[in-house]
Design a protein. Structure first.
Length: 155
């Protein structure tokens, strides 16, 4: 009889400890959520902030020659324009997101479509600028271009 009472007491003690522990975890989690929502998370920097460094890197890695420079300049201008438009779109999205009322489902769907259309238009512009340069690259430069651009344009 003593054994069953001790066993039952130990079982109840474990259950009570588990319950108290779960309450502690739940309260702690709720406090963290409340704390996180009260604190504004710092926004990530815009992706176009390093465009000039990226262009310098690409030009150096591709070993653009003097003869290829005018073609490269068109690609670089297109990539700068793409970065500026993307940064502006992200800034507008952030501004809309910070408004008092969040956009409804239809507005979000419309925004996603506009974003996809803008990306497709941007990809077309980059391809149009890059195609003549790619044709002027040596085999070694084309291999480097494949390596540099593969991760961004993989399907």
């Amino acid at each position: 009889m003593k054994r069953s009472i001790l066993g039952a007491s130990a079982g109840l003690a474990l259950i009570a400890a588990a319950f108290v522990g779960s309450q502690f975890v739940a309260e702690r989690g709720a406090a963290q959520v409340a704390g996180n929502s009260a604190q504004a998370r710092p926004e990530r920097p815009l992706p176009g902030r390093h465009i000039e460094g990226r262009l310098a890197y690409l030009r150096t890695e591709l070993k653009i020659t003097e003869a290829q420079a005018p073609l490269w300049d068109k690609v670089a201008a297109t990539l700068r324009d793409r970065a500026a438009k993307r940064d502006a779109a992200i800034a507008a999205f952030r501004q809309a997101r910070s408004a008092d009322t969040p956009p409804d489902l239809l507005a979000r769907m419309d925004g996603r479509i506009r974003s996809d259309e803008a990306r497709i238009g941007s990809d077309r512009a980059v391809l149009a600028a890059f195609r003549p340069l790619y044709a002027a690259l040596s085999d070694e430069q084309k291999k480097t271009a494949e390596e540099l651009f593969a991760r961004h344009h993989r399907r």
